[in-house]
Design a protein around this ligand. Structure first.
Ligand code: NAD
Length: 458
């Protein structure tokens, strides 16, 4: 095994939180071999027994809920209440997909001369590569349906936030899952991630991360015609019409972009406001932004924590430097920690990077529009298509706009994006494939068609 170590920092203090073993290509190969050995027995577990084992994972996670939440809050720098909610969603994801194991998984199709039916078969070893913003939660969105469908997995979490994944690997063994069904390798993307993508014994890679790395993964997977699902970046629009409850839209807008300190692929960092409502909107937005409590993730009063790293802070700062006007800015602590205050830019030229690029930090821009058609055109003027919101009291307009916006997940008079029981994923360069919801196990299975000749004529 590799003798190299990885220092894991606490972003709120910049202090070392833990030092753990850092894997490389050899560790990935060993994990894939273990997953491959475990696959035949795991796929053969009777459906009811597999469901029962996944429900034991639910119980083990419930028992460790507070421990996992604290670890996530400290390692990712997120408020403890948010971390508790995310672990809760991870648990719900396992509960939901435990139910999928015993549901019908094929069709019968009328054909001449006999009977044709389809089965959905597990693929084998699935490689999972995940980001640092919602570490265990996003890993569970992939693991739960993959395991429910009868696959074994190798998870490579982000180097910055590996601790809950490592703890989870212990929990699944305590829950009674056989050795080798869930494997975790902590290490860099360029070595461990690349090896998972290129490994001939990995049947599929499910990736969440940046669009840039997603492109590399899609290209690398082509060598083995590996199945890939990609959940990538976003630049979502929050569209506010003048006939909306403008106050409600303005007061909700900060949490549509500053939640998780803006490090959220669904962040509505472009707030499109009908021109006649801009002043009213800004007056309500100001109080909501300035009152956000930014600070120690473990303080129960905290609503927003630090950014994940010094690099991330430098990258977010670049969007605000360079002469653009700051209309509203909240506060953030001084001293150690990768702090950045919630910030709203206005007015901003439409070709400014803050309008065009994913920021992945607590910075939003206001963009005015005059007509419904212009709002749709602005919302779609991006390479991304992940999420978005529409605020109006006109139901027909809300539906027209929702249908016209090129995005995988839209909310009307709400900013919610992700639910365990509805599909989640992107249009355009926000990726392909869907996670969660009733069809998520499809992405971890192959369809096999079997024909039975019943008439004796071959
Ligand atoms: P990232 O792309 O830098 O890294 C994601 C993962 O990929 C990490 O585990 C990393 O080690 C690994 N990796 C890096 N280079 C690799 C390579 N060449 N080959 C294989 N693996 C490699 O992303 P990040 O900075 O951790 O996360 C932020 C990004 O994730 C943002 O763009 C955000 O929008 C996106 N994201 C998307 C969703 C979604 O569901 N669409 C959810 C959360 C985050």
């Amino acid at each position: 095994m590799s003798a190299e170590t990885l220092t894991v920092l606490e972003p709120a203090t910049e202090q070392t939180l833990d030092t753990i073993a850092r894997g490389g290509v050899d560790e990935v190969d060993a994990a894939v071999a273990a997953a491959r050995r475990a696959f035949p027995a795991w796929r053969a577990v009777a459906p009811g027994d597999r469901a029962r084992l996944l429900r034991r994972v639910v119980e083990a996670m419930e028992g460790a809920w507070e421990e996992l939440a604290l670890l996530e809050a400290r390692n990712a720098g997120k408020p403890l209440a948010s971390a508790r909610g995310e672990i809760g969603m991870a648990i719900e994801t396992f509960r939901y997909f435990a139910g999928a194991v015993e549901r019908p998984n094929g069709e019968t199709i009328p054909v001449a001369g006999g009977l044709a039916f389809t089965e959905r078969e597990p693929m084998g070893v699935i490689g999972l590569i995940t980001p640092w913003n919602f570490p265990l939660n996003i890993a569970c969105w992939k693991m739960a349906p993959a395991l429910a469908a009868g696959n074994t997995v190798v998870l490579k979490p982000a180097e910055l936030t590996p601790l809950t994944a490592v703890r989870f690997a212990g929990l699944v063994l305590e829950a009674g899952l056989p050795e080798g069904v869930v494997n975790v390798v902590v290490g860099p993307g360029r070595t461990c991630g690349t090896r998972l993508v290129e490994h001939p014994d990995v049947a599929k890679v499910a990736f969440t991360g940046s669009t840039e790395v997603g492109r590399t993964i899609a290209a690398g997977a082509a060598g083995t015609i590996k199945r890939v699902t990609l959940e990538l970046g976003g630049k979502s629009a929050n569209v506010v019409f003048a006939d909306a409850d403008v106050r409600a839209a303005a007061e909700a807008a900060p949490w549509a972009v500053f939640d998780n300190a803006g490090q959220d692929c669904c962040a509505r960092s472009r707030i499109l406001v009908e021109r006649s409502a801009v002043d009213d909107f800004l007056s309500h937005l100001q109080g909501a932004v300035e009152s956000i409590r930014v600070g120690d993730p473990l303080d129960p009063a905290t609503e927003m924590g630090p950014l994940i790293s010094a690099d991330q802070r430098a990258s977010v700062s670049a969007f605000v430097d360079g002469g653009v006007e700051v209309a509203i800015q909240g506060s953030a602590p001084d001293g150690p920690g990768f702090w950045f205050p919630p910030t709203v830019l206005w007015p901003v030229p439409l070709d400014h990077p803050a309008v065009v690029d994913e920021i992945f930090g607590p910075v939003a821009v206001i963009v005015p529009f005059d007509t419904e058609a212009e709002a749709i055109a602005l919302a779609n003027d991006t390479i991304y298509g992940l999420s978005g919101s529409i605020w109006t009291r006109d139901g027909a307009k809300a539906l027209r706009v929702a249908r016209a916006v090129e995005s995988g997940n839209l909310s009307i008079n709400s900013n919610s994006s992700v639910r365990v029981n509805t599909p989640f994923g992107g249009f355009k360069q926000s990726g392909y494939g869907r996670e969660l919801g009733p069809h998520a196990t499809d992405a971890y299975t192959e369809v096999k068609t079997i024909y039975i000749n019943t008439e004796g004529t071959p």
